[in-house]
Design a protein around this ligand. Structure first.
Ligand code: BGC
Length: 694
């Protein structure tokens, strides 16, 4: 490549073509996130970039020809605890990216859920590094099976959206390595993404996209990452610092932010402030990733999409991830239920989706118009998949009524006349905003009024993350459906009717009250743009259940919790060391009368204590079982989850001594346990990385 060609491949432009944008790139795919020019002389492809983890997104409302299959949100897929589901979803959305002419997909997001109010929690994989890393890594594998590049993001510690460009996260290195960074490390190992996106925020005083520690030391040196680092849109800040500290590609140029590379980088090289070898490295990383993933030998060409086959993938994901939180016997809705009133949540029209750059317009477009902010990241978009209509198919003999919930009294009256009332409660969340944990628009009062009128009240939540439930004691059942995707209606209806036995488990703890959280409120509200302010992560690596354990606090619903219509019995737990690996063995039996999926969780804790919190999830397995069937499960525990970080030796360190290994069904379930004695061991950074391809 000539200097000009190298400079071309390290600069990405905003993809959207609008008349107000003086810099239009006809090469960009319509309404897309970005484009990087190719090198025609060498037959090197342009890079066509699209968001994101739930499917092929559009910037702004999609015309019918740009509507695409909508997978459930990332947090729902994490709730499946089944990497095969995530991989199938990734393969499906990646194939639609290809068929839409994209060779770079800006997914998967793996920021750890530290702030339950973060408006992007729906895009991520929850609060635990092992679960999030495993599930997002599987999504990435699926996407890249289409010979395109996936992008693990937003690296790193981008855990709130409020003032996301000026928040400076202060965290101790050991805490970061064993929490948020570990989620990235595991996702990158499992998925081998071509690209990693650095985030808008600052980490320990330095912008993530010019953070030598994050990019050069942790990602590229310690983890051996050979792909390229692209900036979040416009997160480039300084030509010399960005280039020298590890950024390989700037993005969103001319719309989201000014450029730092192009002639500015050329001048910096001429002045000797950036080496010519560094530009070679940037271009080489980009070219290598595109070639290694197959995007050069197998160029993308727009083509047809099998929407009905893809809808089935989205529905299977939703059915595996919807979580039954509470059930006092009202579910599944049996033949004895003669009448049901469905209330609120636009359940007669569709299901809610999350807003921002990840917004996918599912076939049929927005089912409910005119709600929420008219401009980006709004409006509220509902996928055209009505739970009410689907319930009609599931329960053909049941009389169904609908009340939109705007009149509380009318809803309560309708509830009093039905055998069962089902309230659909929604919480829209979106990129660039954070949200209170209280359901908006007085929905708590609506649920309360309905539950007072009919004790057999079921609440179906469509939320981006945890919410508070002041009415919990008064309702009979609660189903967390998250944003369930383009076939959310039938998935919810089939869980309610029992055609599907729920097997989702929470990838996040639900607090009882804000006072239980490390930070009761998100900082930076009303902050002056560009004035950097600190948020101290004093909780360190004690994120989610680790925090509750440490505080001896009982959450409303614990991490890992999820009910079923059948029962499981686990037995014969044993643990053994083999070649330095810790294995567990147990038997799980479906002891009930319906087929169902069990999620076994293995937590490890040092008997002598000494960690930031009592225990870590170190392995998990989902097992589908017919009634009466049993299965022997063998799992290898992830050693970094029974380690602490030793900064002086740049290694994970397993302290010698006794460890309790517990087999449980949630983070609050003591389960059954065995004790093992481990020898001291050092796991150098990058030890988990796969051998490098040439
Ligand atoms: C988001 C990224 C996204 C990019 C391109 C940014 O605002 O933070 O997640 O990939 O825009 O749309």
């Amino acid at each position: 490549m000539t200097m000009g060609e190298k400079l071309a491949v390290v600069t990405g432009y905003f993809g959207i073509q609008k008349p107000w944008n003086a810099y239009r790139f006809p090469e960009a795919r319509p309404q897309s996130a970005g484009v990087v020019l190719g090198v025609p002389r060498l037959g090197f492809t342009p890079q066509w970039q699209t968001d994101a983890g739930s499917g092929v997104a559009t910037q702004g409302e999609a015309p019918p020809e740009l509507e695409r299959t909508l997978l459930p949100s990332g947090i729902l897929t994490a709730s499946t605890w089944d990497p095969a589901v995530a991989e199938r979803g990734g393969a499906m959305i990646g194939s639609e990216a290809r068929a839409s002419g994209f060779n770079v997909m800006l997914a998967g997001g793996v920021n750890l859920l530290r702030e339950p109010g973060n408006g992007r929690n729906f895009e991520y994989g929850g609060e635990d590094p092992l679960l999030a890393g495993t599930m997002v890594g599987a999504l990435v594998r699926g996407i890249q099976s289409n010979h395109i590049v996936a992008t693990v993001k937003h690296f790193a510690l981008n855990d709130q959206e409020t003032a996301r460009r000026s928040v400076n996260v202060i965290i101790d290195e050991a805490a970061a390595r064993t929490s948020d960074l570990l989620a990235f490390e595991l996702a990158i190992e499992a998925g081998d993404p071509g690209s990693v996106m650095c985030s808008y925020n600052l980490v320990n005083g330095v912008h993530a996209c010019q953070n030598d520690w994050l990019l050069n030391q942790v990602l590229k040196r310690d983890w051996g990452f050979r792909g390229y680092v692209m900036a979040d849109w416009g997160a480039q800040h300084d030509t010399v610092l960005d280039a020298n500290h590890g950024l390989d590609q700037e993005t969103g140029v001319f719309q989201q932010g000014g450029y730092q590379f192009l002639d500015k980088l050329e001048a910096a090289i001429r002045r000797g402030e950036v080496s010519a070898a560094r530009l070679d490295d940037m271009a080489q990383r980009i070219a290598r990733a595109l070639i290694a993933k197959g995007a050069v030998d197998d160029p993308v060409t727009p083509g047809p999409i099998d929407f009905s086959a893809h809808a089935a993938v989205a529905q299977a994901d939703a059915e595996a991830g919807i979580v039954l939180l509470k059930n006092a016997g009202v579910l599944p809705l049996g033949a004895a239920v003669k009448s049901v009133v469905v209330i609120g949540g636009h359940a007669d029209q569709g299901v809610l989706t999350g807003g921002g750059s990840a917004q996918v317009y599912a076939p049929g477009g927005n089912a409910v118009r005119g709600l929420g902010p008219p401009g980006w990241p709004g409006p509220h978009v509902y996928a055209r998949s009505s739970p009410l209509e689907a319930l009609g198919h599931e329960l053909p003999k049941t009389a169904l009524a609908f009340a939109d919930g705007t009149e509380r009294e009318a809803a309560a009256k309708a509830a009093s006349k039905a055998d069962v009332a089902i309230v659909f409660a929604t919480q829209w969340t979106a990129e660039s905003l954070d949200f209170p944990l209280t359901l908006p628009a007085d929905q708590d009062a609506l649920i309360d009024a309905v539950a007072r009128a009919n004790r057999r009240t079921v609440v179906v939540l469509e939320t981006g993350g945890p919410v508070l439930m002041p009415w919990l004691e008064r309702v009979s059942a609660v189903v967390e459906a998250w944003y369930p995707g383009g076939r959310g209606g039938p998935a919810i209806a089939r869980v309610l009717s029992g055609a599907v036995n729920p097997s989702g488990h929470l990838p996040v703890s639900f607090p009882r009250a804000l006072a239980q959280l490390p930070r009761a409120k998100i900082e930076g509200v009303g902050a002056t743009p560009d004035i950097v302010f600190d948020v101290r992560y004093d909780e360190g690596a004690a994120v989610g259940y680790r925090w509750y354990d440490k505080q001896h606090a009982e959450p409303l619903f614990p991490f890992g919790h999820g009910l079923s219509y059948t029962t499981f019995a686990r037995s014969d737990l044993s643990a053994k060391l083999e070649n330095g690996e810790l294995h567990v063995h147990f038997r799980v039996k479906n002891s009930g009368r319906r087929a169902g999926g069990d999620v076994a969780q293995v937590y490890v804790s040092p008997v002598a204590g000494g960690w930031e919190s009592p225990k870590h999830l170190a392995a998990f397995a989902k097992t589908e079982l017919a009634p009466g069937a049993s299965h022997d499960v063998d799992l290898t525990l992830e050693p970094r989850l029974f380690s602490q970080w030793d900064a002086a030796r740049t290694s994970f360190h397993v302290a010698g001594g006794k460890y309790r290994v517990a087999l449980a069904s949630s983070a609050r379930d003591p389960g059954q346990s065995v004790t093992v004695t481990l020898a001291e061991r050092l796991l150098p950074a990058g030890a988990g990385a796969k051998p490098h391809a040439p």
